[in-house]
Design a binder for this molecule. Structure first.
Ligand code: MG
Length: 227
């Protein structure tokens, strides 16, 4: 039986299926306690600013995803005048990012529904160890036929090479029957459009932003209706 619209659905992980904010807060609380940070809330805000600037540089191709982890620690240590070792801080934080956090409510039901009619691929910008720890702990292999992680490929969304890597793991790909779903206009949507596949922007906060996605949804429950 042929599906109505799509044979393959590619999905982003963080902030689309996975509650990255909760994971990040819990992981940061761990290192704040370990590093004796006086004001964890203020330190977390500083971390968020540094991290966001680094990932913008990854998206623009100015920095490798694999370089984010240590640079982030070095910059944080400098900004907060900490005396901890940057490599140990990095290891502890990455361990926490893999260890904490869950799929958003309803995400597993949506994945069940999608996997019953299409093949699924994960296309994620992140650190290999962290993303692999999540995949194992949350049993994501049960739904995903293919996984492409920027940290393993030295290429990140929106670069089309990571979408090519994902699609190379499927047979007889017709790009007109592939849909990419993600929360980032700059990486998920731009990369999908440049790769010649349809894009669905997951925009749960209903930000009124002009975009080129074929679909915009604010709830994961809307996905099966697009397929
Ligand atoms: Mg995302």
């Amino acid at each position: 039986m042929t599906n109505a619209n799509y044979d393959i659905v590619l999905l982003d992980l963080d902030h689309t299926l996975f509650d990255f904010d909760a994971s990040e807060q819990l992981a940061f609380a761990d290192i704040a306690a370990w590093a004796n940070i006086d004001d964890p809330a203020s330190a977390f805000a500083t971390y968020k600013q540094l991290n966001s600037a680094l990932w913008k540089r990854v998206e623009s191709g100015d920095l490798l995803a694999t370089d984010v982890r240590l640079l982030r620690s070095t910059q944080l240590i400098s900004a907060l005048s900490l005396t901890v070792d940057p490599v140990e801080l990095t290891d502890r934080f990455l361990s926490g990012l893999g260890q904490y956090g869950d799929l958003y409510p309803g995400a597993s039901a949506v994945l069940d529904a999608l996997a019953s009619t299409t093949l699924l691929g994960m296309v994620t910008n992140g650190v290999s160890e962290v993303q692999r720890a999540k995949i194992k702990r949350l049993h994501l292999d049960q739904w995903f036929h293919a996984v492409s992680i920027s940290g393993e490929l030295n290429v990140a969304k929106p670069n089309t090479a990571i979408f090519d890597h994902a699609l190379a793991q499927f047979d007889d790909v017709d790009r007109s029957r592939v849909l990419m779903i993600g929360d980032s206009l700059g990486s998920d949507i731009a990369g999908a459009i440049q790769s010649g596949i349809d894009a669905c922007w997951y925009n749960p906060v209903a930000a009124d932003t002009a975009n080129s996605a074929r679909y915009v949804i604010d709830d994961l429950d809307q996905i099966p209706g697009l397929i």
